[in-house]
Design a protein around this ligand. Sequence first.
Ligand SMILES: [Zn+2]
Length: 467
Amino acid sequence: MKKVIFLLLDGARVDILDKLLESNRLPILKELIKNGTYKKAISVFPSTTGPAYLPFLMGTYPGKANMPGIRWLDKLSFADNPNSSNSHRSYVGYENKYFNNDIKKSIKSIFEHVPNSISIFNEITRGLKNGNDLTKYSKNYYKMLSHFYGSDLIDKVAFNKLIKSIDDEKQFYFSCFYSIDSLSHIEGSNTEKIKKLYEDFDLNLGVLIQNLKDKKYYDDTLIIVTSDHGHSDTYKHFDLATYFEKKNNNVFYYPLTYKKLYKKFNSSVMVSGNSMAHIYLSDNFDWSKQFDITKYELLINDLMSNEAVDILSCKNRKGEIVVISNSGKAIINDKESSIFYQPLEDDPFEYNIKEGLYSEQELLNLTFNSKYPDSIIQLLQIFKSNRCGDIVVSAKKGWDFRERFEIPEHKSSHGSLREEHMKVPIITNRKIKTNDAIRTVDLYPTVLAFIDKTLKFQTDGKKLDIY
Ligand SMILES: [Zn+2]
């Protein structure tokens, strides 16, 4: 029986992996790549734990799954009743329990296609058989140790549980390794201590592979090592909520959401990662009215004049997406069968793409090696969610959007459209053959095809051929 072992090295940086591989510090991965594949792929926007897991487990983009960030506001629900349980969310904290329920109901998880699956330290468990979430009761404890103290115990526990769970019956194993991400936030993502975590992973991978060989499973097993996003060190914070408060706004944001009990709000800021944020604006305290770009030109100009803001996007009155950066301005328009991209002045992403109609794959290929890989498609997908902000901002290198209530302070961040956050590794023990650039969303149909599950519906990704 064919097996897939999916190892998610949360927050792993491709540039660090490259350097460690070059200097022979990851011998097991190096050997794996020799007979297999090492490709770089584009994750999703926001490049943040949670939303960026959706391509792997649901085969879709965060916007289409209605999961546009780790914090969001639903303007219409908020207009209706700010106290309703669906009006706003933060998955950092106790509202995390709503995660599975918040994902669009019509989208099937990989666990529904492959019922004999195992999940370790993963939050997306829709469709997973009872008893197969091996960390159902312990994940909060280990994640807390990892988040606040940078403990690497969580990765050791994950490997132990994974190796013990491998048997004749199970076909798909999904295991998350959080310590690189957690420690990166705490002390920066390019330290010697972090590099040691990559080495620990490599060592444990060796034990896992030996175990698979001993049990005679290895030849029928596809091993995937990947990540949901990268990381880049943060030197300055621009607290967006404070920015709005200073402009005399009544701002709704986490963790001070209890203020809704006695206060009305005219704006809201929801940060993810922390290098991206959704900004929601009411029309004079009326949250039911649609955003009108013409009323916010001053605000948009002011935001763009701030050193921290890199890319700003919002919808115009025609429903097209407007992209603004200090380099230029462009319009993105989804024409269903193709995408119309129109740089108005200079290109905001400095792409050098002519105005015209393109396919999703063409846009990925054309932008893959740029500073903002795949941003056109990524902005299109995030604005498909009705929980998406009226204005979406992505931070400049070295910056993020949250300071006051972030404990511990973030020394490294992710979430933005920049390549440091969007480009991730895909390493497999088998050959993947494709001339096209790839996205993490391509793994879902690829995994299902490998374990002989025929898909009767379209997914957002393309199936990659595995040899
Ligand atoms: Zn992550």
